[in-house]
Write a protein that binds this ligand. Structure first.
Ligand SMILES: CC[C@@H](C(=O)O)C(=O)SCCNC(=O)CCNC(=O)[C@H](O)C(C)(C)COP(=O)(O)OP(=O)(O)OC[C@H]1O[C@@H](n2cnc3c(N)ncnc32)[C@H](O)[C@@H]1OP(=O)(O)O
Length: 253
């Protein structure tokens, strides 16, 4: 299975399970996200959602380049990017808070998924970044747009997007991207974090989340994400992108 879904102490824990390729996302994992969303919408017991990656090294390395590299044109890439962005928008706007339990490297689309969550608990030695620029593309799943919603300094956001390198946890904390840094066991870390929330009063959690969702609706977050998708698709179809991905995929051959 490329993912697992477990419900523990009113928390739904979604784990991407492709550690051999750094938990890269393919269509199967996206189906898992759809199942997660459906579970939350139909099960009133779920009060928090946690997203994490299998293994010790990586949260998620973004889209599976071997799979998505088959998409060559603007139209083909728009199809995949928009479909994924829609699912991730549903994830971001779930009625309960979401926590990215960043147990290791989060790059590319992996950094986008962590960014769209309400909280980011990051392992001490993890590195995270919007490295898409090194592939000649922008973020294409809504991640850049979500980053501008995080209340971080504008200049720090643009630096994170345009430097296109993974940041250390010190930097992630100082720019306001990481919520907390943890050491040791990831489930203990998320349990300790969740205990501080008023879980028994789930309607309070939901009411605050709804305030954020209403703001996003009023500021047309969804439309702005789809603009990001369209921009990324144009860049995706250019030689610079295909050459950069070829170079990554053939680096050890
Ligand atoms: C498609 C959407 C787009 C978006 O909108 O954001 C994206 O997500 S673009 C994808 C962006 N992601 C990347 O470019 C990450 C690529 N990966 C890396 O930079 C590195 O692998 C790593 C995650 C920093 C780890 O480096 P390292 O520890 O040196 O491991 P390897 O590089 O040797 O990787 C082992 C193995 O895994 C394969 N791999 C890694 N990431 C991906 C990926 N995203 N897609 C497919 N395969 C991936 C890598 O090719 C190696 O395979 P083998 O050589 O066959 O062992």
């Amino acid at each position: 299975m490329t993912y697992s879904i477990e419900i523990k102490k009113e928390m739904l824990i979604f784990e991407i399970n492709r550690p051999a390729i750094h938990n890269a996302i393919n269509g199967d994992v996206m189906e898992g996200f759809k199942q997660l969303i459906n579970n939350v919408k139909t099960n009133e017991e779920i009060k928090l959602v946690v997203i994490t990656g299998a293994g010790e090294k990586t949260f998620c390395s973004g889209g599976d380049l071997a799979v998505f590299h088959k998409l060559k044109t603007e139209e083909e890439s728009y199809g995949m990017l928009s479909e994924t962005a829609k699912i991730l928008y549903e994830l971001a706007t779930l009625p309960v808070p979401t926590i990215a339990l960043v147990n290791g490297t989060a790059v590319g689309g992996g950094c986008e998924i962590a960014t769209l969550c309400d909280f980011r608990l990051v392992k001490k030695d993890a590195k995270c970044g919007f490295i898409q620029g090194t592939l000649g593309i922008t973020s294409g799943w809504g991640g850049g747009t979500y980053l501008f919603e995080k209340g971080m300094r504008h200049d720090y956001i643009l630096q994170m997007l345009t430097e296109a390198v993974p940041y250390s946890t010190d930097r992630l904390m100082s720019i306001g991207w990481a919520t907390e840094i943890y050491e040791g066991d990831k489930l203990s870390a998320v349990n300790q974090f969740a205990e501080k929330m008023i879980i028994p009063h789930v309607n309070v959690l939901k009411a605050y989340k709804l305030q954020a969702i209403r703001k996003w609706e009023q500021t047309r977050l969804y439309d702005r994400i789809m603009d990001e998708v369209a921009t990324c698709s144009v860049l995706w179809a250019q030689d610079a992108h295909h050459e950069a991905v070829d170079s990554f995929l053939s680096k050890k051959k």
